[in-house]
Design a protein around this ligand. Structure first.
Ligand code: KG4
Ligand code: ZN
Length: 344
């Protein structure tokens, strides 16, 4: 069963071809970093226009790389929920067109659920139930993954996501966009104890996050240094900020796993690419007898492979979408099954 997955949630045009939910035949991601870098963040209108300009080329490249043609594709998976609406519409229109022309099943998926499946692609030993921390630019959630399609949301950010904080602090420090890898890089030569930034909500008796105050704390520190004509040590600032984010993410995630009797943690989303997060979380989990899973780096950020893998499991459960499937920017995670009709 060969599935083409399409993800245009934000500024990456992701097309993936996956066999039987696990064997990656191609993973094409055309990022638009150059388009958005000068604005220090994604400009939704420009992102949608760029998707429309390049999506057919990216689809053709994914087929070429997989050495397949449209005739080999058995089903289309497409992100139709969560992200920038105009960007998602481009992917949904492309997915519908291919499914209609070939008369093959169309499976719409929720972007965050697709991120969760990034861990199932290469890790056959990952079994339900497990706790997922999905952490990227657009989402920051703790989800108890009970089974395929069965989730319990146990924590979320009340304002910025961790990835958004990375992007905003990177802009503030003049490092560029997207911020995560640039902050991680700068932090490598910095002292994470140089600045004592707050760890927002770390002691609260819940699993929610808040990162906007941390970003403001960095802003105030930078303004204070500038006002006093003190030169800014970017590596130290980056390292101290990164450590504050990681401390909160790790603390809350471990507590959520322990209190919910979950012995497995999977991390997904762009920030899962952060090597210090991986090291600190893995150590803390190990100390608590918990196993951790991280996707391969190429599957952390947005891509079509995650979508294709998830679409495979939906189809296996007899779930497909109709051609009236809508594109929506923000959908409650608990209403996933409204997307499907049962075929057997
Ligand atoms: O999952 P993704 O591609 O898009 C969304 O769904 O938002 O994640 C992108 C986010 C950006 O905020 C980016 O700065 C962050 O993931 N990111 C990282 C790293 N690589 C990407 N954050 C921290 N460390 C990284 N190495
Ligand atoms: Zn994403």
């Amino acid at each position: 069963m060969l599935i083409m997955g399409i993800d245009t949630a934000c500024d990456d045009t992701g097309i993936g071809i996956v066999e039987d939910g696990h064997t990656i035949k191609s993973n094409i991601v055309w990022n638009q970093n150059k388009v958005h870098a000068k604005f220090g963040g994604v400009v939704p209108e420009l992102a949608a226009r760029k998707h429309a300009e390049i999506i057919t080329l990216a689809i053709q490249e994914s087929l070429d790389k997989a050495q397949k043609s449209f005739l080999d594709i058995d089903a289309i998976g497409v992100n139709c929920q969560h992200g920038l609406l105009r960007s998602i519409i481009v992917g949904v229109a492309a997915g519908k067109a291919i499914a209609y022309a070939r008369d093959i099943p169309l499976i719409g998926v929720h972007h965050i659920e697709a991120h969760i499946y990034s861990n199932l692609i290469n890790n056959p030993s990952l079994k339900f139930p497990f706790l997922t921390l999905t952490v990227s630019g657009g989402h920051n959630l703790l989800i108890n993954c009970l089974d395929h399609g069965k989730y319990e949301l146990i924590g979320r950010t009340l304002d910025d996501s961790a990835g958004e904080a990375f992007d905003k602090v990177s802009k503030l420090l003049g490092l560029g966009f997207p911020g995560g890898p640039l902050i991680e890089n700068a932090a490598a030569s910095g002292n994470s104890r140089a600045f004592n930034f707050p760890r927002p909500m770390i002691d609260r008796d819940n699993y929610d996050f808040s990162f906007s105050g941390l970003k403001t704390a960095v802003l105030k520190t930078v303004s204070g240094l500038k006002a006093n004509n003190v030169s800014i040590n970017v590596p130290d600032l980056a390292a101290s900020f990164q450590m504050a984010v990681i401390d909160v993410l790790v603390n809350k995630t471990i507590r959520a796993a322990v209190n919910n009797n979950l012995s497995t943690i999977a991390v997904a989303g762009g920030v899962a690419a952060n090597s210090l997060l991986k090291a600190v979380l893995s150590d803390a989990a190990c100390a608590n007898g918990i196993e951790t899973f991280f996707p391969e780096i190429a599957l952390c950020t947005d891509n079509g492979v995650n979508v294709a893998c998830l679409a495979f499991y939906k189809l296996k459960s007899g779930l497909i979408s109709g051609y009236d499937m809508e594109a929506t920017a923000s959908s409650p995670f608990g209403e996933l099954n409204m997307l499907y009709k049962k075929i057997h």
